[in-house]
Design a protein around this ligand. Structure first.
Ligand code: NAP
Ligand code: G4F
Length: 359
């Protein structure tokens, strides 16, 4: 069998950890780039680190020499560029850094691959945030016009076009996966779905009083992350390099995701609007459980994302299998069972039923 060596940037993140597991099962040798932090960040991949097929290396997307060294030493057949300053709201606070990592990071790797003369295939973690705010353009496909609305998305737009330019100019196998939001129990706690599912579990356990959120009306096309890493890999196995939109095709408001999560613990909400703020109260006890706070509003918002995943379904046969209600269930059940941010596979039934309120 031919050599299968994957280099994953962002291996410690949600997608990186699922992708590493997926590729390991396919027999790949895996190298992951880990940046230096003030504490360990490898929790999502700790259980993989004893596997001799997995090696992690210190490196950073802003450090060209580390990328150069790792490319030469590992000689990857496939590179998955998942590293990013991936939080949209935070990108307004650290715009230069977001551009360094999200835009120039991709350019650095592509340029090194070309100059070193590697035959590596390259996957770029592009995003539905590219579509941004063009009114009336839903659902969004590969042909939809981009209009980024954050430093995060503007940086990703640069990377998107860099991939296309390198592909055409130098005949490289480089692809953009334009992925819509995908979530899981491993999602970072500052993203809205995990913030909600964890708060719901904590409220059910009487460890937290309220969940404070920003824009409840934003709509996202939320899928289940383990399915999305398979789409990344499939794109890299095609004969020709092509860009693909990856999503469920169904969009849901943040408000509805909150309701779905609370329903998992048998709590139903009534919404009360008070001037610009909104409160979600427990319909039985009248207790306020959800509040909005302008602190979580963004300088610019992307209001409506909904994928048109026709191309990937028709050409590759990939389809999302988990709907948003199932996703909310998976996430809340996990958070009910594990109060820590752990990465266990199985969720014991008794740990869930203990915390579900009687209907
Ligand atoms: P994530 O959980 O935030 O993971 C980001 C990863 O990038 C982490 O491993 C992080 O390391 C690493 N990283 C950040 N800055 C770095 C730097 N300067 N050098 C090296 N590594 C760095 O993100 P995710 O949800 O897995 O998403 C993976 C990729 O897909 C990202 O590029 C994201 O923008 C993109 N994307 C995500 C979604 C989604 O819904 N999840 C949708 C579309 C596109 P630390 O562990 O040290 O922080
Ligand atoms: O969970 P979010 O922070 O994800 P967002 O901004 O859609 O970005 C994620 O998905 C992108 C793909 O479309 C990725 F490229 C990106 O890397 C990241 O993974 O916010 C989702 C929505 C937003 O409209 C936000 O305004 O939820 C709204 N929201 C409401 N209250 C909140 C909150 N978001 C966060 N993070 N925290 C809140 O309290």
């Amino acid at each position: 069998m031919s050599r299968r060596v994957a280099l994953i940037t962002g291996i410690t993140g949600q997608d990186g950890s699922y992708l590493a597991e997926f590729l390991l099962a396919k027999g790949y040798e895996i190298h992951g780039i880990v940046r230096r932090n003030s504490d360990f960040t490898s929790k999502r991949i700790d259980r993989l680190l004893t596997n001799p097929a997995v090696t992690t290396h210190y490196g950073d997307m802003v450090d060209v020499s580390s990328l150069h060294t790792l490319l030469i030493r590992t000689q990857p057949t496939e590179i998955y560029n998942l590293a990013a300053q991936s939080h949209v709201q935070v990108s307004f606070n650290v715009p230069d850094y977001s551009a360094e990592v999200n835009a120039l990071g991709a350019l650095r790797i592509l340029s090194l691959v070309k100059e070193i003369g590697l035959a590596s295939r390259f996957y770029q973690a592009s995003t539905s945030e590219l579509f941004g705010g063009l009114p009336g353009t839903v659902p969004q496909s590969e042909a939809t016009t981009f209009m980024p609305r954050s430093p995060y998305a503007a940086g990703k737009l640069f990377a998107y076009w860099t991939v296309r330019n390198y592909r055409e100019a130098y005949d490289m196998f480089a692809v953009n996966g334009i992925l819509f939001n995908h979530e899981s129990p491993r999602r970072g706690r500052t993203f809205v779905t995990k913030k909600i599912s964890q708060a719901v579990a904590r409220i059910a356990r009487d460890e937290q009083d309220t969940l404070v959120l920003g824009n409840l009306d934003a709509e996202r096309d939320w899928g289940y992350a383990p399915e999305y890493v398979e789409a990344m890999w499939l794109m890299m196995q095609q004969e020709r390099p092509e860009d693909y939109v990856v999503g469920t095709g169904v969009t849901t408001t943040v408000r509805r995701f909150v309701e779905l999560c609370f329903a998992e613990v048998n709590i139903h909400l009534d919404w009360i609007r008070d001037d610009k703020l909104e409160i979600g109260v427990d319909s039985r006890s009248g207790k306020p459980l959800v509040k909005t706070d302008p602190r979580y509003l963004r300088p610019l918002e992307v209001e409506h994302l909904q994928a048109d995943p026709t191309k990937i379904a028709q050409e590759i046969g990939w389809r999302a299998r988990t709907n948003v209600a199932e996703l909310a269930r998976i996430m809340v059940r996990y958070d009910l069972a594990y109060s820590d941010y752990g990465f266990e596979d199985a969720v014991p039934e008794d740990a869930i039923s203990r915390w579900r309120k009687q209907p």
